[in-house]
Design a protein around this ligand. Structure first.
Ligand SMILES: NC(=O)c1ccc[n+]([C@@H]2O[C@H](COP(=O)([O-])OP(=O)(O)OC[C@H]3O[C@@H](n4cnc5c(N)ncnc54)[C@H](OP(=O)(O)O)[C@@H]3O)[C@@H](O)[C@H]2O)c1
Length: 306
């Protein structure tokens, strides 16, 4: 076996069912493609069905026998999240991996349909609700997994439970809100793992980050021609999405992964390279904040974990 963990290390996934949120673009697209090539049934969850079908058809060009089902999911709308989970549960009997990949970065100060700050609402609360709705299927599938995609940006994040939505004392800054949402992804992962252990549930919670990967994530920075050019140059220096997706793919399917693991790229500053175990910061391991986030997330989404 080669020293680096690559596509070749992905086991045979026939008989496995995997959901990838944001599966139409960037890291999600590459994850769908890889899982389908290894024989999984993959649910490409996307907010825009036309984009999802286009992505699916692109993948099928190189893998005509790929089992890919496109399903509508808008994480910025709790009704859509619940409808997705209900439809999935009515059509599938198992869920081996839920890859919570979708995300937005550095948006202006806008709200989700339910009135949450957009980045916390989409990146964390939408996935919190989705995971909670899918819990019965995760519980019913032996050795299932939930994988949350965080970011190096979690290190700049701060949870302010008095002003999670930047409406009271905190000045809104796009990357400050992104950092908070990515820190929330990790707090949620570790608390979810404790929940699984405390309740003897045969499921693990794992996290991953892609370093710097060339995707459409930074499109909110591209507000004019100049910024577009700068962004294009920056993206050109990043690793390709197919490589950036390897940490979340490894977290999803490597048999040696343990609950609470966090994977990222091996290179300098974890910006690029092959997937290895990495460490998240102290704030992400703050159990008091993880508990608080869990309680407030249940309250805000109305989804109770039981
Ligand atoms: N690229 C990087 O360097 C980098 C670094 C650190 C972390 N990450 C994380 O990696 C994950 C994937 O991002 P990416 O880089 O692959 O970016 P991307 O190419 O922009 O893909 C993001 C995906 O999320 C989807 N999405 C956004 N809002 C959604 C919503 N409300 N409901 C459902 N889906 C929604 C997008 O759908 P549309 O196509 O419809 O917009 C798209 O499919 C994110 O969680 C991001 O925070 C990326």
């Amino acid at each position: 076996m080669a020293k680096n963990w690559t596509f070749e290390n992905i086991p045979d996934l026939q008989g496995k069912t995997i959901i990838v949120t944001g599966g139409n673009s960037g890291l999600g697209y590459e994850s769908v493609k890889a899982f389908a090539l290894k024989g999984a049934t993959v649910i490409l969850a996307c907010r825009n069905l036309a984009k999802g079908e286009k992505a699916k058809n692109e993948i099928l060009k190189t893998n005509p026998s790929g089992e890919i089902q496109v399903m509508q999911l808008d994480l910025a709308n709790l009704t859509s999240v619940e409808a997705f989970a209900k439809k999935f549960a009515s059509e599938h009997k198992q869920l081996n991996v839920l890859l919570n990949n979708a995300g937005i970065m550095a948006t202006p100060n806008i709200k989700t349909d339910d009135g949450f700050e957009a980045q916390l609402g989409t990146n964390h609360l939408g996935h919190f609700a989705l995971t909670g709705h899918l819990l019965p299927l995760l519980k019913g599938t032996p050795q299932s997994r939930v994988v949350n995609v965080s970011s190096l940006a979690h290190k700049g994040g701060k949870m302010d439970f008095n002003d999670l939505m930047f409406e009271k004392c905190r000045k809104f800054k796009p990357m400050r809100a992104y950092g908070q949402s990515k820190l929330a992804n990790l707090l949620f992962t570790y608390e979810l793992q404790r929940f699984f252990e405390a309740n003897n549930i045969d499921c693990i919670a794992v996290a991953a980050h892609p370093g710097g990967s060339n995707t459409r994530l930074a499109n909110h920075f591209e507000t004019n021609k100049f910024m577009e050019a700068v962004s294009k140059i920056a993206r050109g220096a990043m690793q390709p999405a197919a490589k950036g997706a390897l940490p979340q793919i490894r977290a999803s399917v490597d048999a040696n992964v343990k609950g609470g693991d966090y994977f990222g790229p091996s290179g300098i500053g974890e910006l690029f390279g092959y997937p290895v175990l990495v460490k998240s910061n102290a704030a992400s391991h703050n159990e008091e904040n993880a508990r608080k986030l869990w309680v407030v997330s249940e309250k805000l989404t109305g989804v109770k974990y039981a």
